[in-house]
Design a protein around this ligand. Structure first.
Ligand code: SF4
Ligand code: SF4
Length: 321
């Protein structure tokens, strides 16, 4: 199956635009009823694990690398392929399906082999949530400007999925708690906000290549991001308290959450990180020095031009005599 075909079947974390034909046109709340059950006894068991696009969040990658006990670079190489996130120029990864059967590499006839660490998109299915930035969005100072309770949900009802024929009834809230999506939402939300923010800018304003590389590295490979923090001039540049430094040195989740702040600061100028006063002064001095050099250079060029003109005039005068 081609990528385009994969796109038509999407376990999505990015809201309601994808796969519109199978989205039920009904706005659901956390208390809306849901008649659905997925278990190994359904006729379609694992049918949703093939021919599909599953985009991974940084937390998905963190959990899967721990589960498989392999470094991120190996995980990325073996189990993923590059993609762009939600119609933006932000690079990300999606699960690379097996060549032989176009299925997820973690699926077996008995089910998902990474079930307790399965990606966010797999946990959502078949209940999607409207765009994250619509729920609990914040202003530039980080103040909540829209209640997270205003978010809404929808179901994706695909032909192959027979879970809707099962008898189990619960609320969307209960389904989400059962699937563990609330924790995932908390872990993913600042990263999703970055993507949604980028999306809202449109493709006119493109990200620079170094910015793309930094976004990709921080989003997919925490070990390399940690090296960047501790083995570059990062800590000399940014104001970080000792507690934060200790946390991000030891704790991968803290490091991941910190990386979102760093990306918000570098990609969108958010005030999440403060550059050290002496670094700002040094930068200002450097700019001033460059400006001074430029002024001196133009004064020099002007003086040379003046001297040259005077020389030519004198030469012309001599000739006339
Ligand atoms: S990770 Fe698990 S649940 Fe998700 S598509 Fe693969 S096998 Fe299915
Ligand atoms: S019931 Fe739906 S979610 Fe469960 S295995 Fe079948 S297709 Fe997948």
């Amino acid at each position: 199956m081609s990528n385009a075909e994969n796109d038509s079947k999407v376990k999505t974390i990015f809201g309601k635009e994808k796969n519109p034909s199978s989205i039920e046109p009904k706005k659901l709340t956390l208390d809306s009823p849901l008649k659905f059950r997925c278990h190994p006894g359904v006729r379609c068991f694992t049918a949703c694990c093939g021919g599909i696009k599953i985009v991974l969040t940084p937390y998905d990658i963190l959990r899967l690398t721990k589960r498989l006990d392999i470094p991120a670079h190996e995980f990325l190489h073996v189990y993923t392929q590059p993609t762009y996130l939600e119609k933006t120029d932000m690079p990300g990864v999606m699960i690379k399906l097996r060549e032989e059967d176009n299925k997820c590499p973690f699926v077996t006839p008995e089910g998902c082999t990474v079930y307790t660490d399965r990606p966010t998109a797999c946990r959502y299915y078949p209940v999607g949530m409207a765009d994250f930035h619509e729920g609990g969005s914040r202003d530039a100072d980080g103040k909540e400007v829209q209640s997270a309770e205003e978010k809404f949900f929808f179901t994706v009802r695909e032909e192959h999925c027979k879970g809707f024929e099962e008898d189990k009834e619960w609320t969307i809230r209960e389904w989400r708690a059962d699937q563990g999506v609330d924790v995932r939402d908390e872990m993913n939300k600042e990263w999703l906000r970055l993507v949604m923010r980028r999306k809202s800018y449109g493709l006119q304003a493109t990200l620079s290549e170094p910015a793309k590389r930094m976004f990709f590295m921080a989003s997919t490979d925490l070990a390399t991001f940690r090296k960047f923090i501790f083995e570059s001039s990062f800590l000399e540049t940014y104001e970080l308290d000792q507690e934060t430094i200790d946390k991000i040195r030891e704790d991968d989740v803290e490091l991941m959450l910190f990386s979102f702040k760093y990306l918000a600061a570098t990609l969108f100028g958010a005030q999440a990180l403060k550059i050290k006063e002496d670094k700002i002064k040094a930068k200002v001095a450097q700019i001033k020095e460059r400006q001074d050099e430029a002024v001196q250079q133009s004064v020099k060029e002007y003086e040379e031009l003046k001297a040259e003109t005077a020389k030519q005039k004198a030469a012309t005068g001599i000739k006339k005599q």
